[in-house]
Design a binder for this molecule. Structure first.
Ligand code: SAH
Length: 348
């Protein structure tokens, strides 16, 4: 099998080229083309025999757009095909603070959260660091960007998959995507969302990658969280909050708790009190999301008005919280839903 060029840092590429008798300055040219997501055949200022030689050993592009859905609100959802035919989703969203790509870290997921479409078929495989980078470079180029003049300024690791269940590749990807010689997206503009693999989170604190951490909480009461998130059998809500606090204190960054509102399940007064208790004493924020109802789940979403009411009650209790704007609802907006449609043979 060919090697992934995007897996390499510029220094590593330089060393490989030198070993093969190719002058080091070629590494810079190749890197620039690769980050523009240009395949070897089109690297116009490289000699033809060099292009051929490289293409025998390496591939550049790791993801191709198979389907593109454009929402009325400007959100664009891409179903991307990986070299082995597997598919993942990524979503391009326009925000005031910058244009953001939501990308996937695994094909499927094995965390088994009841409300989530990504995990309904289990985990197929991890994405490599180069495949994650490929999602970013693919969409950046399709949106008219270049490595220097980027169409994407922010990233959220909130697509299919659990980033901390694919730890090494995710960490390598974060280093690749944030390095100056590449597309140079600063860790400060990247959010990583985890369902709460706390052993990995502790490890991550020592990587020195100051990304915004989001933790999928969805219930602040252990018994309820266990009903919808298997990870809650391993770590309690209290332990999760302590790890979040450790992250906030170690990095100086505010931690986000994601909370998908499920009608009659996690939107009661006792839930508000539990959230209040959990979020005391450190820099954190609650991001409310009206649940996107998925097939084969009895969990119910809330209306916008019910979500607003819950938000008001929370903020009245002094909890920092916002209600997430829903984007792309008309194009199977949330994680795993488009891939699910494809797997069910419904290509609408
Ligand atoms: N595995 C990671 C990241 C992927 S999901 C995690 O669990 O955080 C990104 C976010 O979308 C998570 O907060 C997830 O719980 C949430 N989510 C998944 N399915 C959803 C749905 N049907 N409605 C609303 N939010 C959902």
């Amino acid at each position: 099998m060919k090697k992934e060029l995007l897996h390499l840092f510029p220094d590593e590429l330089k060393q490989i080229l030198t070993e093969r008798g190719i002058p080091g300055y070629r590494a810079e040219q190749i890197t620039q083309f690769a980050y523009a997501y240009v395949p070897f055949e089109e690297m116009s200022n490289l000699p033809k025999d060099l292009r051929l030689k490289l293409s025998e050993e390496f591939t550049v592009r790791t993801a191709e757009a198979e389907a593109t859905l454009v929402s009325k609100d400007g959100t664009v959802k891409y179903l991307t095909a990986l070299p082995d035919g597997n598919r993942v989703e990524c979503v391009f969203m326009r925000h005031d603070y910058g244009d953001t790509l939501c990308l996937s870290t695994q094909v499927g997921c094995r965390m088994g959260c009841k409300f989530c479409a990504s995990g309904q078929y289990g985990l197929v495989r991890n994405l490599s660091a180069a495949e994650m980078l490929g999602e970013v470079l693919l969409v950046n180029s399709l949106q008219g960007g270049t490595p220097k003049k980027r169409a994407i300024t922010n990233l959220v690791l909130m697509g299919c998959g659990e980033p901390f269940d694919n730890y090494d590749n995710t960490v390598r990807f974060l280093r690749l995507v944030s390095q100056k010689e590449g597309i140079n997206i600063s860790c400060r503009n990247i959010s990583l969302s985890t369902c709460g693999l706390l052993d990995r989170l502790e490890q991550f604190i020592n990587e020195g990658l100051p990304v915004t951490l989001a933790i999928s909480l969805h219930a602040a009461i252990d018994a309820k969280r266990k009903e919808v998130m298997p990870i809650a059998n391993k770590y309690t809500v209290q332990q999760t909050a302590e790890a979040a606090k450790h992250y906030a204190n170690a990095t100086g960054r505010r931690v986000i708790f994601e909370y998908a509102l499920m009608h009659g399940f996690n939107d009661t007064e006792e839930d508000i009190s539990a959230i209040k208790k959990l979020t005391l004493g450190f820099s954190c924020h609650v991001n409310l999301i009206p649940l996107n109802e998925v097939k084969e789940s009895s969990l119910k979403g809330v209306t916008r008005a019910q979500a607003q009411e819950f938000l008001q009650k929370l903020t009245k209790r002094g909890v920092s919280a916002t209600l997430r704007r829903t984007t792309g609802a008309d194009i199977s907006g949330s994680c795993g839903q488009l891939r699910q449609k494809y797997m069910d043979g419904d290509k609408k």
